[in-house]
Design a protein. Structure first.
Length: 424
């Protein structure tokens, strides 16, 4: 069956707007009411905004609710560990506790089944019987587990390779004749380059047919090279670990289809007011997780609602591609780096006068460098750089280099995180 004709739930994904909107409205109201009645954090947030439970009757009342940002979640978790009081059930009833970068805790449980990533997999062409290597990190973070369960939902088999060890990964893909890939586009390129270095023919020895890539930008030049060299199709999925899948590409690549299980808005980041189709704004989403709902969570990503309908037959809203970020937080090798996390790394180094994080990209790989100005220039900087680099890996969970620069190199009123990457 061709990829563009596959649906996880054809009836729901192709229903008309007059049927879809009332269903979304009711799910939204149910989620809001449960959060108001059973979540300490949400009750306080909504009451502080002057809202009573009777004030929210449907989707037309969405803009009355304040935006929730990751910084708010972090602040609440410090006050109300471990989940910040956003949970609507006893914390002891959760089956897992995931740990995201920056020690941001996230519950996981069996009762809530997120089908959004399974919907995305079907749109790419994944099907029962596929053998899929999942190269996302299974350590601490939830995303790999989400995709793992999603492959199971559609009847595929997962090979949980995780990250790293490219030699073994290539041999596994060849030996198991894997035909599906989940991971970042840059890691797929790394595996392709490793396979070529091992003397393999990418078309004959590596049998990948399709990939759902996520967690970082996919430049069209990189997509074209990978699809041409490997003879496969590559589609993007976009989401966050707290919200699930927010958008995915189908074979037609007309935009990012919004899954049936999430409510997405594009808003003015300053006011939280929705902008019209085609206008650029911040992506805000609400999921329907009854035990740990995220209501009007702002992603920090910029996009626009696409006009028109996709030939694939899906009738839900679509986002255009991700157009950038609202603030200084940025994603490096699939991991968000926030200014407050960079401050946490540098806070114990009193000998540092000023610092700046610079993100660049070489050969389809992100590089992160901490530029550091010292209070007093002198010897011992090699040892200091090594200590900071160790803390970068421990706190941010990805590697970064440290470069000591002379005083005056970093301008006053500088951005804490300077993203110098360019995308097509």
């Amino acid at each position: 069956m061709p990829p563009d004709s596959r649906f996880f739930d054809r009836a729901r994904e192709t229903m008309g707007r007059e049927e879809r909107r009332p269903l979304l409205s009711q799910r939204f109201v149910d989620t809001f009411q449960r959060a108001y009645g059973h979540s300490k954090a949400y009750k306080e947030v909504f009451e502080s905004a002057g809202l009573k439970i009777s004030d929210i009757k449907g989707l037309n009342d969405l803009e009355k609710l304040p935006l929730l940002r990751i910084e708010d979640l972090v602040d609440w978790q410090k006050r109300e560990p471990p989940f910040g009081g956003f949970n609507t059930i006893d914390p002891d009833n959760f089956r897992r506790i995931y740990v995201n970068p920056g020690l941001i805790y996230q519950p996981g449980e069996q009762e809530y089944v997120d089908r959004s990533w399974a919907e995305a997999l079907c749109a790419v062409g994944f099907k029962p019987g596929d053998r899929v290597v999942n190269t996302f990190n299974y350590h601490l973070w939830p995303f790999a587990f989400m995709l793992d369960e999603s492959v199971k939902m559609i009847g595929g088999t997962v090979v949980p390779t995780g990250v790293g060890n490219t030699l073994m990964q290539v041999k596994i893909m060849q030996g198991l004749r894997a035909n599906g890939f989940l991971g970042t586009p840059s890691f797929l390129m790394t595996l392709a380059q490793r396979a070529e270095a091992m003397g393999m023919d990418l078309r004959k020895d590596i049998l990948l047919e399709k990939a759902l890539v996520s967690a970082e930008m996919l430049p069209e030049s990189l997509r074209t090279r990978l699809e041409t060299n490997l003879g496969m199709i590559i589609r993007q999925g976009y989401g966050t670990v707290f919200l699930g899948c927010i958008g995915y590409e189908c074979s037609h690549r007309t935009g990012l289809h919004v899954p049936d299980s999430i409510l997405v808005e594009v808003v003015d980041p300053q006011t939280g007011i929705q902008v019209g189709p085609g206008a650029v704004g911040e992506i805000v989403a609400t999921n329907f997780n009854n035990s740990y709902p995220m209501i009007r969570m702002a992603t920090g990503d910029l996009s626009a609602l696409a006009r028109g309908q996709c030939p694939c037959g899906r009738t839900g809203p679509m986002l255009k591609k991700i157009l950038g970020r609202t603030g200084q937080a940025t994603k490096v090798r699939g991991t968000f780096i926030h200014p407050w996390q960079a401050d946490e790394v540098m806070s114990k180094y009193r000998e540092v006068f000023k610092y700046q994080v610079v993100i660049t990209r070489e050969a389809d790989r992100d590089d992160m460098t901490f530029l550091v100005e010292m209070k007093e220039e002198g010897s011992g900087t090699d040892m200091l750089c090594a200590r900071i680099e160790r803390d970068i890996k421990d706190i941010l969970t990805i590697k970064g280099s440290v470069q000591v620069v002379s005083r005056g190199t970093i301008p006053d009123l500088h951005k804490k995180i300077e993203d110098k990457r360019t995308w097509e």
